[in-house]
Design a protein around this ligand. Structure first.
Ligand SMILES: Cc1cc2nc3c(=O)[nH]c(=O)nc-3n(C[C@H](O)[C@H](O)[C@H](O)COP(=O)(O)OP(=O)(O)OC[C@H]3O[C@@H](n4cnc5c(N)ncnc54)[C@H](O)[C@@H]3O)c2cc1C
Length: 477
């Protein structure tokens, strides 16, 4: 990186806003902000700023707009599409929300939490729990991702089936615009048809339209009953039938329905400490079924038994176990959430975060499997995910003994094969992780031209100087 890209005097003006104690200037300190978990992106930056409040964020963006200095917002840094990573060239300044981590208010009457944009998701869940409420957004990264990042990526997670994406859990936002202006939209209204929905525009915009510094979030009653089961199945088609059965029997109480392949269970039991297969014999596929009920614990228990009995009777379930304790429930979820990490020791892994209409999941998987195996004989397909949402993390581990770099070098080629089948199935190539850098150019060829044009016009209206997270989601001017 050329760290002389900016005159020191300009960097000093930025540093003066947060104070030197909250500005990182040495490359060894900045290093962790320049990459992401998968190691796909590695950027460069001369400066990381850690503002302490909304006013400081505003001053930074005002100065950035005046001086045409690109700024990349980062919250927990767990994003999977390179959105939070500065670009090459060393001109992007990183703005980290990590110090803005306060719960501002919990209102148990209105059932809302008001939190800083840098609040860690697990802390928000805990604050709700302390008031005997539930904040249902739950992700494998919840111990480190922050609500501003969740909102900016419209995160999904494990309970979308019952509660929706984070968009459905947010009532209002406070946002600093690229110009430095502050929009206080911290409303607590369920009904508000007073014009364009700016909140919805910022949610999912991946830090390209504004920096989320605060949010009003919905809390829900804490379920009284919670059951988790793990069922061995023969195929994704049977999993879909079991899902329909469970949805009919449980309605809104069905909180999660996750699909896992045998290979994923083998990877997790092999590589993730403490994970064991809950069933005695192996099965080609597995479903994790999660039921939460608000009236009583007994209702959840009865429902889960009814689902499994119906599954056995229909010949869908080979074997199943219902978790007997909270720790067993957590262990089953831990297996599911470790599935991606467990692929790492198996070598290179090419990932897809796709969704198709739920009814087409088995057909999509059969077609994608055939096409991938034809392109990469010996590939080890480890496709798992939120079957109930039609969202599959279609991951492919390299053939045993293959050259890792050579395999990863085929990322775009394999993406093109899988994504063509997704599109033919009426699906999306970015279900929950967003666009970032990873899918920006691919989407240009897929989205209707008018959609891209409208997005460009919105970007120009919010960010006339083009300084906020340029090069992410849409191509820079
Ligand atoms: C183990 C693991 C499991 C995951 N599971 C799921 C899952 O189940 N479902 C799912 O949807 N995602 C999942 N993810 C990816 C997901 O996007 C993130 O974990 C999370 O939502 C991102 O939050 P973050 O704070 O880490 O954001 P970051 O990575 O810091 O940023 C993500 C994007 O938002 C922008 N941004 C960050 N903060 C702000 C802000 N305050 N204002 C404006 N823009 C901002 C960044 O510039 C970037 O473009 C997972 C990731 C990991 C590592």
């Amino acid at each position: 990186m050329d760290d002389t890209a900016y005159p020191q005097a300009l960097l000093d003006r930025f540093i003066a806003i947060t104070g030197p104690a909250h500005a990182l200037t040495s490359q060894s300190d900045i290093g962790p902000y320049l990459t992401e978990g998968r190691g796909l992106y590695h950027g460069a930056s001369p400066l990381v700023l850690k503002p302490g409040d909304t006013e400081q964020v505003s001053q930074i963006l005002k100065l950035a707009s005046e001086t045409s200095t690109p700024v990349v917002p980062v919250s927990g840094g767990t994003g999977l599409v390179g959105g939070q990573v500065p670009r090459d060239g060393g001109r992007d300044i990183v703005l980290s929300l990590e110090r803005m981590n306060r719960i501002r208010e919990v209102d148990a009457v209105a059932n809302v939490i008001v939190a800083d944009g840098g609040c860690i998701l697990a802390d928000i869940q805990k604050a709700a729990e302390d008031h005997d409420r539930l904040f249902p957004l739950s992700l494998g990264s919840e111990g480190s991702c922050r609500i501003g990042g969740n909102l900016s990526t419209n995160a999904g997670g494990t309970a979308v089936l019952a509660y929706g994406n984070v968009r459905q859990l947010c009532l209002g936002l406070e946002v600093v615009l690229p110009t430095g202006e502050i929009w206080n939209g911290l409303r607590r209204l369920k009904k508000d048809n007073s014009g364009y929905d700016l909140r919805d525009l910022f949610i999912g915009s991946e830090g390209t339209l504004g920096i989320i510094t605060g949010a009003v979030l919905k809390m829900l009653p804490r379920p009284l009953g919670h059951e988790v089961a793990f069922a061995g199945l023969s195929s994704p088609a049977d999993a879909l039938k079991l899902f329909q059965l469970a949805a009919n029997l449980c309605g809104g109480a069905l909180t999660g329905f996750e699909l896992m392949p045998r290979l994923g269970v083998e990877f997790t039991t092999r590589h993730i400490s403490g994970v064991r297969d809950p069933l005695q014999d192996p099965h080609p596929w597995y479903a994790l079924i999660d039921i939460s009920t608000s009236d009583s614990a007994q209702t959840a228990e009865t429902m889960m038994q009814a689902v499994l009995e119906a599954g056995y009777e229909a010949g869908l379930v080979g074997d199943a176990v219902i978790a007997a304790s909270v720790s067993q429930q957590q262990a089953i979820w831990h297996m599911r959430e470790s599935m991606s990490d467990a692929q790492k020791p198996e070598g290179g892994s090419i990932k897809h975060d796709v969704s198709v209409p739920v009814s087409r999941v088995p057909q999509f998987m059969a077609q994608a499997d055939a096409a991938v195996m034809a392109a990469v004989p010996g590939a080890r397909i480890c496709a798992f995910g939120h079957l109930g949402d039609g969202n599959i993390h279609y991951n492919i581990s390299q053939p045993v003994g293959a050259d890792k770099a050579q395999f990863i070098g085929r990322w775009r080629e394999i993406n093109a094969i899988v994504h063509a089948i997704v599109r033919a199935s009426g699906g999306s190539i970015s279900a929950e992780h967003g666009v970032g850098q990873l899918k920006r150019d691919e989407l240009i060829g897929i989205r209707p031209a008018i959609e891209t044009e409208l997005m460009n016009r919105i970007k120009r209206a919010f960010d006339p100087a083009g300084i906020l997270n340029p090069g992410k989601v849409i191509a820079p001017r």
